[in-house]
Design a protein around this ligand. Structure first.
Ligand code: SF4
Length: 656
């Protein structure tokens, strides 16, 4: 096992933030590579600051290093200053743990959380000294893999990835490891790469793009995606772990040596979300809801704080205030005598209601810096379309409670460019924000309301996957309307996401394999770190699309008909396609859909397809009025008990 450290070290003083590259964090591992063991290089294709806190990567890092037949190290995309040094000096991509060259690993496994990192994936593969195209790789090269939310449509990266894992990674990494271990034991002989990929395709949840033939119709849309061999599944189902309690990871969260985002202890309290926000891919693809037992949350918090020395813990999920018994859990942390009253708790995803503010008041006694709410749209009509059923009273109640409890800053998240959005809806954002400023003025002279507006990008496996994204001009016009109006409101600050970046994100999120050469050209022309405004270049993307005879408008702004084969239709997030279509029709009819945790199941497919039901820690719906959903939970429709049944044997049976 070699190391590039002696080559690298003399250059670190000359690059920005050298701590990005040295490893040695609390929680870092320097695993020995046992004979025959499968070595994984877990790679986040963005900077260390963004990638280090990624929980998915940290979970797999620990699980793999606990196995006798595997070891795992980490790497992150080197910033452009170090990349220039590496290319000049011939230093390959390396792990931050032992500085072992990336090409010595058996698997380069990427976490794909954002489309704009795709060119960084190619750059990392190239820096590793591995051919960027899968077809050019030989048995001695690592397998290039990906997991994470973007893999629900990995087609734009199909030319570059050897295999892709859909869904929860905790169990499937073991099965993948075993297949690769056997391949290594057989000597990785000439021509054996196809064989290991065929074997990986047999693992439930693993998709091997090269084993599928894609044909296109005269209309330009995908006509069919067909397995090239009879033993390759026609459809790849995502993996779902049934019981989060069996996976109390990370146990040894990494504590960075330099500043990173989310620099605190993070404890995942549940996975999945059934609120049914129609724009939210994470909510759809991670169903069903699986709660961690409250007692385990408490233990993970206590142990984690003790081990890391952090004085802040985030209870993470897609909607943490919905966690059963959240008040008691929070109380237990804040009042723990071992913490001496010094620990603060953050709930990164606040629900919009006064109940949530009550919890926030309880936990942020010392640091009342700011509270964030996400009403997402400016009018009730629009919120019915997107199924974010927050009434204005919910929002105003929450904001009033926040200012009344001493907060001075409130941040509101909105989307523009949503299906059927009119100017009245767009301007409704201003109206809500302005009213929040007024509410704040009743409590403080120094009110600050920040409205952050993002351009909506439709994502696969959501009801909006058929919607034609707003054009760049339309998004810019809408943001212009908001900017003009916001100027007149003292105390209101407006920020917005660059619509040009939304355009490229839209292109990649619903693109097909024909975008592979486009991504490659953008990368070859220097288009890395496209997530970063100082590096992003729309011109590079438009030129590459034109050079390959592809039409941006067709890919991004076109509404798809129901019968069109979507590039990801041969993959499955567990959701029935007809459920998603019906939900899309309901959206257009402005009909909301309640949270199925507290109302009868409407069979979206997420639980039924896997033979499991929601797993919650308590059968009692969380307290707090409408829960910010607009639902009247006192109606007869409401179920009085929530299913807490777990049939993991059914789960195993269903997916095999
Ligand atoms: S299958 Fe039913 S209970 Fe499960 S997430 Fe879908 S609607 Fe909810």
């Amino acid at each position: 096992m070699s190391s590039v450290w002696t080559q690298l070290e003399p250059h670190l003083a000359g690059v920005e933030k050298p701590a990005r590259y040295i490893g040695l964090e609390l929680g870092a591992q320097r695993p020995a590579v046992a004979e025959g063991a499968v070595s994984w290089l877990l790679t986040y294709p963005d900077t260390y600051e963004i990638g280090l806190p990624n929980q998915g990567l940290q979970i797999l890092y620990e699980i793999l290093n606990e196995r006798d037949d595997a070891c795992a190290e980490r790497t992150y995309a080197p910033w452009s200053d170090l990349e220039a040094v590496m290319r000049r000096e011939g230093i390959p991509l390396f792990s931050v743990d032992t500085h072992r060259p990336a090409h010595e690993f058996d698997v380069l496994a990427f976490n794909l959380s954002a489309e704009l990192t795709y060119t960084n994936v190619l750059n990392c593969v190239d820096l590793a000294g591995v051919p960027v195209r899968a077809t050019d790789r030989r048995p001695e090269h690592p397998l290039v893999a990906a997991g994470g939310h973007c893999t629900y449509n990995p087609e734009p990266l199909a030319d570059f990835l050897d295999f892709v894992v859909l869904g929860d990674g905790e169990e499937v990494v073991a099965e993948v490891t075993e297949v690769i271990r056997d391949w290594k034991a057989s000597g990785r002989t000439e021509g054996s790469r196809e064989g290991v990929l065929r074997a990986l395709a047999q693992v439930p949840g693993v998709y091997v793009p090269s084993l599928y033939e894609v044909t296109y119709g005269v209309d330009g849309a995908v006509a069919a995606v067909t397995p090239r061999h009879p033993d390759v599944p026609e459809r790849v189902e995502k993996r779902t772990i049934a019981d989060l309690a069996e996976w109390p990871y990370p146990r040894r969260q990494l504590v960075p040596l330099t500043e990173v985002v989310h620099d605190r202890l993070n404890v995942e309290v549940f996975r999945g979300c059934t609120r049914g926000c129609r724009f939210c891919q994470a909510g759809m693809i991670t169903r069903p809801v699986r709660e961690r037992p409250a007692e385990q949350v408490r233990t993970m918090v206590t142990e984690g704080l003790r081990r890391t020395g952090y004085d802040e813990v985030a209870l993470t999920s897609l909607s943490t205030a919905d966690f059963s018994g959240i008040e008691e859990v929070v109380e237990g942390i804040v009042d723990d005598p071992a913490a001496c009253g010094q620990v603060s708790v953050s709930l990164p995803s606040l629900r919009v209601d006064a109940f949530t503010v009550g919890i926030a008041t309880q936990i942020q006694k010392a640091r009342r810096t700011g509270l964030t709410f996400a009403p997402e749209a400016g009018t009730w009509r629009m919120r019915q379309v997107i199924n974010k059923l927050i009434r204005e009273d919910d929002l105003y109640g929450a904001v009033e409670a926040a200012f009344g409890a001493g907060w001075r800053r409130v941040k509101l998240y909105f989307l523009t460019g949503l299906p059927s959005e009119t100017d009245e809806d767009t301007l409704g954002i201003l109206e809500l924000a302005r009213n929040c400023v007024e509410l704040g003025r009743r409590h403080t002279k120094h009110v600050s309301v920040k409205a952050s507006v993002g351009g909506f990008v439709p994502k696969p496996f959501t009801p909006f996957q058929w919607f034609g994204q707003n054009t760049l001009e339309e998004l810019e016009r809408k943001i212009g309307l908001l900017r003009e109006g916001a100027r007149k409101v003292k105390g209101l600050q407006l920020t917005w996401h660059d619509p040009k970046a939304s355009l490229v994100e839209g292109l990649l999120s619903r693109g097909d394999r024909r975008l592979g050469p486009v991504i490659e050209q953008v990368w070859r022309e220097g288009g890395t770190f496209q997530e970063w405004s100082e590096h992003f270049s729309l011109d590079l993307w438009l030129r590459a699309m034109a050079d390959h005879g592809l039409d941006v408008d067709w890919y991004v702004h076109r509404h798809r008909p129901e019968d069109e084969v979507l590039p990801w239709d041969h993959l499955s997030a567990g959701l029935h396609r007809d459920f998603l279509w019906q939900d899309w029709q309901d959206a257009l009819a402005e009909v909301g859909l309640p949270d199925c945790r507290w109302t009868p199941c409407y069979d979206c497919g997420a639980c039924t397809g896997y033979g499991i039901e929601h797993v919650v820690a308590s059968t009692t719906p969380p307290a707090g009025g409408s829960q910010g959903t607009g639902q009247d939970l006192s109606t007869a429709d409401r179920v009085t008990s929530v299913p807490v049944v777990l049939r993991s044997s059914d789960l195993t049976g269903a997916r095999r």
